[in-house]
Design a protein around this ligand. Structure first.
Ligand code: PGA
Length: 276
């Protein structure tokens, strides 16, 4: 595991459980460098074989430093995204695509406009379709992921409700891309960016839990004490539809990349984990 334990990267703490792996870093910068290193090796390895790689991407504050690191690798270390195909987790319903808070805008602003991923390789659910067209669009999104060969890698954050994507409490483990109602906690968390709760959409299209869990590799990122208690529920609580991130406990190739603050409620339970 490149970079781990080197003075430049600090010394992450590993909590060994069956799975997923929990990787605790001194800072989010160190964590995202480590993850970007893994993802860049995946991209370069596929490029060397003349093959595409399929990345599932996420929005929110959490992945921002990861995207900054990918842009740095592109600008300064020659990493090309020409062989990368992307599928975003979700999109708000009811906003024009160019609205600054759509995930389409977010992804272009924070990543796509700064790298060489071909526009035709970029996929996000559409938030502007007439009601009657939404189910077919969701089915097409699933089919596109399948036709691309499935998700090689899925990036995740975790919401205050424990959601992954917009899979709010009550989302079945086998759910697929669909239209969902946003939880009030999620809407309140988004309210500052929209300038008030009344401007936050009430619905979205999201990949389902089943769509996400089919990814061959998953990395969930979380920073700060605000995420500590929901991470504890997701990682040490029951596997339940009430916390969709808890389904990751059963995924065989998931890593949680946490800073020390986000991991603080887990570290309080060291007696139940081996720590190195
Ligand atoms: P955040 O959102 O990265 O802005 O905290 C995460 C999420 O809701 O999945």
């Amino acid at each position: 595991m490149r970079g781990i334990g080197t003075p430049a990267c600090g010394v992450p703490l590993f909590l060994f459980m069956s799975f997923p792996s929990i990787r605790v870093f001194d800072s989010r910068d160190v964590a995202v460098r480590e993850l970007a290193c893994e993802v860049s090796e995946l991209i370069r390895g596929r490029a060397a074989q003349g093959r595409l790689v399929v990345l599932g991407l996420a929005t929110g504050n959490t992945p921002l430093p990861f995207y900054q690191e990918l842009i740095r690798l592109h600008r300064h270390e020659g990493l090309s995204f020409a062989n990368v195909v992307t599928f975003n987790l979700d999109e708000y319903l009811g906003l024009a695509r160019e609205h600054p808070e759509t995930y389409w805008s977010f992804m272009h602003r924070h990543l796509f406009d700064h790298i060489d991923v071909p526009a035709s390789h970029i996929h996000l659910p559409s938030g502007t379709l007439p009601e009657a067209a939404i189910p077919a669009h969701c089915a097409e999104y699933e089919a596109s992921i399948h036709d691309a060969g499935g998700l090689d890698f899925q990036l995740l954050g975790i919401g205050g409700t424990g959601h992954i994507g917009f899979n709010e409490p009550g989302s079945p483990k086998d759910s697929r891309t669909r239209c969902v109602q946003l939880d009030e906690i999620t809407r309140r968390d988004a309210a500052p960016a929209f300038g008030g709760l009344e401007w936050v959409p009430t619905r979205a299209i999201t990949m389902g839990c089943g769509t996400i869990l089919a990814a061959r590799r998953i990395a969930l990122l979380a920073w700060g004490t605000k995420k500590a208690s929901i991470l504890r529920a997701a990682l040490t609580g029951p596997i339940t539809e009430q916390v969709s991130a808890s389904f990751l406990q059963e995924h065989p190739n998931t890593a949680f990349y946490l800073d020390r603050s986000a991991a603080s409620a887990l570290e309080a339970r060291r007696e139940t984990c081996q720590v190195s």
